[in-house]
Design a protein around this ligand. Structure first.
Ligand SMILES: NC(=O)c1ccc[n+]([C@@H]2O[C@H](COP(=O)([O-])OP(=O)(O)OC[C@H]3O[C@@H](n4cnc5c(N)ncnc54)[C@H](OP(=O)(O)O)[C@@H]3O)[C@@H](O)[C@H]2O)c1
Length: 260
């Protein structure tokens, strides 16, 4: 009995060495045509998964799909789909094509979003809020709703990318691009990317300077920092983690003292 116990434990540890092997898994990452989503989809591809690359711009989607294929150990061809997550018909098509092509879904990463900021006194405040609900929140809920039956069948995971802005009070009650994670989620701090291309440049600069001052690690995060966390949450290593809110921010939240 004692020997069996040792053996079992050894196998568990040996299996854990392959925790990041996603061979045979199907991973759909929204907003994977640039920034964080691009790194997430490429890392899953490099770890053996069949991946779905998507965004609104065909040229970017195709470029990332080609680069992800080069990273795949077996040169698996990603499914490349042009979709606008604010359109129900596109979300239905995204999921239907995924199932038609790969037959199942193991991991859904809700990532597509935009970075807009607006203080409560701003005349655009409610307009910005409505846009963020339309782009950053509703599609997460809708796609998760559509995907749940397939994820139940594979005992899969949902990972939803949000922002630390959803976790700390902002001066002037600024509305920012955030979704509080549900299922398995994580909150991103300040990561290089094109997120704020539609935002007010002055506001963006001010927020980024304020955030940078609060990063104890004194460096801006890279998309791969977030991708590593996504892979961890979807891996066997995280099989006893669910409903968790993982913060990847170089310490911004820890260092914020409640006010940003
Ligand atoms: N970077 C940061 O510092 C930071 C901080 C906190 C949270 N986040 C969150 O991280 C996520 C990714 O941000 P990022 O920095 O990687 O931004 P990014 O480089 O701008 O990437 C955003 C991705 O979302 C896609 N997208 C945007 N609107 C879309 C729509 N309506 N339909 C379909 N796809 C759409 C974009 O593709 P197309 O434009 O081609 O459609 C692109 O692939 C966002 O949800 C953001 O809120 C980022």
């Amino acid at each position: 009995m004692f020997i069996l116990f040792i053996k079992t434990n050894r196998n568990v540890f040996m299996t854990a060495r392959n925790g990041r092997d996603f061979t045979g898994k199907v991973v759909l990452v929204t907003g994977s045509s640039s920034g964080i989503g691009e790194s997430v989809v490429k890392l899953f591809s490099a770890l053996g998964a069949n991946v779905v690359v998507t965004g609104r711009k065909a040229d970017r989607v195709n470029r990332v799909a080609q680069e992800a294929q080069q990273l795949s150990p077996k040169k698996l061809q990603p499914l490349a789909i042009v979709a606008d997550v604010t359109k129900s018909v596109d979300l239905n098509n995204l999921l239907n094509e995924t199932i038609k092509t790969f037959g199942k879904l193991d991991v859904l990463v809700n990532n597509a979003g935009m970075g807009l900021f607006s203080p409560v006194k701003d005349s655009n405040f409610m307009k910005v809020f409505d846009t963020l609900i339309k782009v950053n929140l509703k599609p997460y809920l809708k796609l998760t709703h559509l995907a749940v039956p397939y994820l139940e069948a594979t005992n899969g995971s949902v990972i939803s990318i949000s922002s630390v802005i959803g976790m700390v009070p902002l001066s002037d009650f600024t509305v920012g691009g955030c979704v509080i994670g549900f299922d398995r989620g994580y909150n991103t701090g300040f990561v290089t990317g094109n997120l704020t291309r539609g935002a007010d440049p002055e506001m963006t600069k001010m927020l980024q300077q304020e955030m940078f001052k609060r990063i104890p690690l004194q460096k801006v995060g890279q998309p791969l920092d977030v991708a590593n966390a996504a892979v961890f949450l979807a891996s066997k290593d995280a099989q006893y983690i669910t409903g968790a809110n993982l913060v990847i921010d170089g310490g911004i939240l820890y260092n914020s003292g409640g006010i940003l």
